[in-house]
Design a protein around this ligand. Sequence first.
Ligand code: GLN
Length: 534
Amino acid sequence: MGNTKYVFVTGGVTSSLGKGIISASLGRLLQARGYRVTIQKLDPYINVDPGTLNPYEHGECYVTDDGAETDLDLGHYERFLDIQTSQANNVTTGRIYQSVINKERRGDYLGKTVQVIPHITDEIKRRITLLGRRGDYDIIITEIGGTVGDIESLPYIEAVRQLRWDLGDENTVFIHLTLVPYLSASGELKTKPTQHSVKVLLENGIQPDVLVLRAEHELAKELRKKVALFCNVELDAVIQSIDVSTIYEVPLLMREEGLDVQVLKNLKISAKRTPDLKKWREVVSILKNSQSEVSIALVGKYVELHDSYKSILESLTHAGARNRVRVNVTCLHSETITQDNVAEKLEGFQGILVAPGFGDRGIDGKILSVEFARKNKVPFLGICLGLQCAVIEFARNVLNFEDAHSTEMTNITTHPVIDLMEEQKGVTEKGGTMRLGGYACSLKKGSRVQLAYDADLVRERHRHRYEFNNDFLKDFEQHGMIATGINPESGLVEIMEQTGHPWFVGTQFHPEYRSTVLNPHPLFVAFIKAVAGQ
Ligand code: GLN
């Protein structure tokens, strides 16, 4: 196949319909047919990237290998497609405006008035086609965040309208995702919101080619016919997306509904082969049918919103499937954990995971949870701040450095066991200034983590400012807390594990950003294995 083709995914009626999962599922199906696919997300907000957003605002901030702080949908893309995404896969309005304004300041517009159309829309088009220019992909799926009809989405809708004109019908396809609500009082499924939403797209010059209707109940043929007639699409292009127990079932449902077939038909591509989904089906079958279960406590402070820990929760699911167990996760709010109730709160969990985070709110509950896991020999995984809490706990309770702390939390300590990196000391800007993205980590021979990875050198993604303070390394190692992962260039400690404990591992990096459905992360797999073996 010569040139790259584009699939545009928009959403209507309401937000949170699962555009990311539909895009990722379609990507998986096209990839399973042998096409080279990537997915990109356009976000209509003004933040340059989600790195400065509180998790309560927008869920987890996902980090790519090249160090971009991105929307959590990129996590779905990587998990479903087993590909690496990059900064080019996530663009926000803030970033678009930033480049246009920078150009204007440089004088690149030669005295012209700079406007939304054509300058902003041109920059959007440039960003969309950037990934295609390298010739690495047959098909690029572009998910447009927000809901059609929103003021802030308008430039994006206009840009993709123009792209159809630029690239031609056979190189572009529009998928629109809407909701078909069920009114229980009358026992009816309603199509009017979908009709209205398609009208909004038409007003903006876009006729969708495929409609994906999110619904809680099966859509009868008559209803689909009605939607097809009133929205000018073929009957087979009206696709239902019904609620399922696991998101990983969505590609299989979309296959049954023929979403991939519709897309290929619109792009005038004759199908290379039927999708190979054997391994995928195996995972879904384990997730749905597994009889054995394990229970994990996830201790964090953004637990009110499950999206805050999206990649961690998904990694636990992948690792469960690999170990043929269902992983039940209970999120515990670290602010509610105290010396008096910690045993009661954590009693009965087979594994404890202390989550990443920023700032000192809820830190004591996290440190108490580590102590509980260490003393009661409960398998433990600490991620980023979770490792840092494990270090503080060990320093205070085993090494008897009573005032040990991280200098993120206090400057008044004689034992700054977690401290700011030298490079970070002069940094005042907040956006994109942490230690971000992939770094090498060499593993200590014979360590638990080296066995888990079955490798000597790995690459993992980071997002933090503070580090283990190597001035104290000797004290830790003499007492059984060993640095088993080290950055080969800087000597920074990346992994610590405890001897004399069934499974106690803390990582300064975020393993959750690298776990995929077909390639679960070795550390999560080993953690769940330890949990299941208890
Ligand atoms: N707040 C800690 C740091 O900046 C940990 C960050 C994290 O958990 N991602 O180092």
